[in-house]
Design a protein around this ligand. Sequence first.
Ligand SMILES: [Zn+2]
Length: 414
Amino acid sequence: MEKRRTVPVKLAVESDDAALLEDTVDEFLWAADYVTHHAFEGEYVTTSKTTLHDGTYEDVRDETALHSNHVQAARNKAAEACKSVVEKWKQGKKASMPHFTSPHLVYDHRTATFHDEYVSLATVDGRIETDYVLPDSERDTPHADYFFSDEYETTGAELHYSNGNWMLHIHCKLDVESDTSKQDATENGTVLGVDLGVNNLAVASTGTFWTGDEFDHWRREYENRRGDLQEHGTRWAHENIQSVGRKEEGRFKITLHRISNELVAEALDHGCSVIAFEDLTDIRERTGASWGHKWAFNRLYEYVEYKAAEYGITVEQVDPENTSRRCSECGFTHPDNRESESFECLKCGYENHADYNAAKNIGLRYLRRNQTGSGGGAPVGVCLNSGMVNANGEYEPPAEDSARAGVHAESPRL
Ligand SMILES: [Zn+2]
């Protein structure tokens, strides 16, 4: 069970940063409008997030400088607004195509980092850091009760601009977990499959994506700076190259620690008792990853392994053969099933993001390898965005109506 709260916090935004936020909000609203127009183009209004994603994601990435998670958040906003229009029509009420005007912007834990006294926010041009303006007395305010409480976890926020103020509405949640549900998770859990790659550093079978953008950005920056220094050729420059190297390595590690924390949280959130990765030995040959990527994958694996252990979650590697070519729905394996980021099964027509299909296959491979048929602590299925698939490929919808809205939701096969 979860308790959710929203805490409004005023931000002290400096003028340069305000200009960046304004640009980001403008692009975010433009993206939401763009997706809405797309949704209204056909004979019927499209409300499926997956369909809208496929139809607009590339365009919005091309036309804006938004962080990929902002692009997704704008698409979700649009999909929800379109859905509510369709609902009104169904009830015989009037409603017209939504248009986004009120200045706001949705942040999640990949576009915002919440610190004790300030927040770091992604914009169309890198990140900005801005201080909170907190009430004088923190006692008996929601800030003290939720935001600064160790028990509550910050899940995201919505940035609003009104009456000359930047306000962050921070979402917090408290997991009210009973001991029995924890036990269930380890005794009869599910597998979280994780695919590692270059475009997306990690993709989980629950449909959560961790992009490689940040990693690529730093790697390029590092290469550039090292190139500049090498031109000088002095001893001073040589020493600087080494210190730039150490600094960059430190920054990569911070990102990898964050991703590993989020992966473990994802497993915990979904009651997974195992996190399955593909075997990393020949990952460069398979994926065309650079040495830098291989270094990152190995670090990420190590971090996830020791962090997951604290929660009794096992981390395993499985045989990677054909995980990207095999259809996670019908098992048909063919190199032409996959074309860069899209997977479309030539046999059954199953379509999804290629990395997501691979993450499902990795989870399924673990499950089949370890199937004992007698429970006995063995996981019973692969955890998906919504529901679960067992070793026989049978889909089970979620037990409660706790289905998560996400990018690559599975549609139950009816
Ligand atoms: Zn298939």
